[in-house]
Ligand binder design. Sequence first.
Ligand code: B12
Length: 214
Amino acid sequence: MDSEEIYKEMADSIVELDQEKALSLANRALDENMDLLAVIEKGFGEGIRRVGDLWDEGEFFLPELMSGAQIMQKSVDIITPKLQSSGSERQSLGKILLATIEGDIHSIGKTIVATMLRANGFHVIDIGTDVKAEKIVEEAIKEDVDIIGVSTLLTTTMINQKKVIEILEKKKVRDKFKVIFGGAPVTQGWVDECNADGYAENAVESVKLAKNLL
Ligand code: B12
C-alpha cells in the first residue's frame, strides 16, 4: 500500500467509526516513519471532515459525530509525542497563547496547531476551550506572550474572538501582542474587520504565520 492509500484508509477508519483500525493505522504511521503531518491532514483530518459533512447531510447524528471526534483525538494522541519531540531541543522562537473562545468546545484543530507550533520551536501555552475573552487577555499579559491565537469552529462564537481585540484595546495593550485567529469559519475579511493580525487555514500555515509575525 502506498502512502496515499494509507491516508485513505485512515480517513475511512474515522468515517466507519472503527477505533481499532484507526489506532492500528496511527501506530503503523509511527513504525513506518510516515510524514506525520500528512497523516493528520490527509488521513485522520480528512476523515473527521467527512464525518462533519455526513452530520450536515443528516446521515450522522450527534453520537456518531462525537464518536468520530474521539477516535480522531485518540489517533492524533498516538502521533503527537513524536511530532512534538522534533521541536523540543531548539531554542524558543516565541511564546504563543492558544485558546478556543467562550461558547465553543472544539479542541481538535487547536491541539494540532499547538503541536505543530511546538514541533517548530515555539513555546505554546494552551489554556483550553470555552475560554472567556477576558481570561485570554489576562493570561496573555501574565505570561507575557508574543502571540495570542484564538480558535473557533462555530459561526455563533466568532463574535467572541472580536472581544479579545476590544479588551486589548480598552486596556491599551493592543500593540504588545500579535493576535491571530483560526477555525473553519474564519476568513481574511473577518480578520480585517476585527483588526486582528492574521489567520491560518491549517497547522502548517499557522507555523508560517507565526514565523512571519515575529
Ligand atoms: C469534531 C466536531 C465536533 C466534536 C468536537 C470534539 C473536540 N474535542 O474538538 C463535538 C462532537 C464535541 C462537536 C460538538 C458540536 N459541534 Co462540531 N464539529 C466537529 C467537526 C466534525 C470537525 C471539527 C474538527 O475537529 N476538524 C478537524 C480539525 C483538524 O480542523 P479544524 O478544527 O478546522 O482546525 C484546523 C484549522 O481550522 C486551523 N485552526 C483551528 N484553530 C486554530 C487556531 C489558530 C490560532 C489558527 C491560526 C489556526 C487554527 O488549523 C487546524 C488544523 O489544521 C466539524 C465539521 C467540520 N467540517 O469542521 C463540526 C462543526 C464545527 N460542529 C458544528 C456544530 C454545530 C456543533 C455543535 C453545536 C453540535 C450540537 N448541536 O451540539 C456542538 C458544539 C458545542 C459547543 N458549544 O462547542 C458545526 C458548526 C456550524 C457552524 N457554522 O457554526 C460543524 C461545522 C458541523 C456542521 N457541518 O454543521 N463537534
